[in-house]
Design a binder for this molecule. Sequence first.
Ligand SMILES: Nc1ncnc2c1ncn2[C@@H]1O[C@H](COP(=O)(O)OP(=O)(O)OP(=O)(O)O)[C@@H](O)[C@H]1O
Ligand SMILES: [Mg+2]
Length: 322
Amino acid sequence: MTYTLPLDEIDKDDVQRCGGKGANLGELTQIGARVPPGFCITADALGYLLSSNSLDGPIAEVASRLDFEDLNALEAATAGIRGMIASARVPTDLEAEILERYRALVSDANRYVAVRSSVAVKDSPISSFPGMMDTYHYVLGETELLEKVRECWASLWTARAAFARHRQGIAQDRGLIAPVIQLMVNADTAGVLFTANPITGATTEIVIESNWGLGESVVSGRSMNDFYVLDKANLGLRERRVARKNVMVTMDLGRGSGRLEQAVPPERSSEPTLSDAQLVELGRTSKGIEDHFGFNVDMEWAYQDGILYVLQARRIRHVGKN
Ligand SMILES: Nc1ncnc2c1ncn2[C@@H]1O[C@H](COP(=O)(O)OP(=O)(O)OP(=O)(O)O)[C@@H](O)[C@H]1O
Ligand SMILES: [Mg+2]
């Protein structure tokens, strides 16, 4: 295999090959955290796609003329680049390798995968652009998988990602993306956790935000979420604010794949999303991850049928042990 790596063969030093998300998911897998299994399509696969479709020149040409003062023009130009990548032909050997990994991953009981953007910057310590690229949920079947992988590659060129590179003084051709294909957790409850309070900076606290369904509603800022603060030393509950939850994201049952934002049923709106035992389990899990990495982490997690899955961990910048 040339262009793919299973998560259990990846570690935190693989940022340049697997992007920040892929590298940390690999590290978490290797230390025994319950990470849904999956694999990463390494960063050089996009280079191979572009060269085999003779797209390097045309993309560089559009990229050299991007106008960051004119957001409509920027949107149009980046959409042009995304279109070139999303409609490119995946070389036969690369497609065969992706499908071989995919067939080994899915089963009748676990048919759905997530196609997740994992990014970095060539020859730079930058290993994330939070929320700038695209992730797809409940992807079903080989045709849809290959389509979402191409769209995920293309999302290296969302207007907001190009703008973020520009603002940070990063040459446009230095962005890299390594999609992660991972079994879906059909989340009952999900959210984010910080092993330092992102509001006050207190490193003695753990802050958790959660909502029903996929954590997508929480990370996209679309929902009202339950909010919990734990004492990091003894995992005692310091604060609990149960929100009146309005929207959640689940599988699109009508279509049979993909995600759908919908209203929270009224009877569940004001019910807490996490039990006291789950708060302790989340706190304990995050402390183990923080200890392993040696810095405060921002962790994404989900519960399905009472089982906790870790979906992401990354360093919290500008707070605590950095
Ligand atoms: N395998 C999965 N099963 C269930 N939910 C998932 C899975 N992968 C991701 N999610 C949910 O989707 C959300 C978004 O996915 P992802 O982390 O890939 O992108 P993002 O958080 O929008 O951006 P980024 O992490 O790149 O800043 C995650 O926070 C998580 O809640
Ligand atoms: Mg994320």
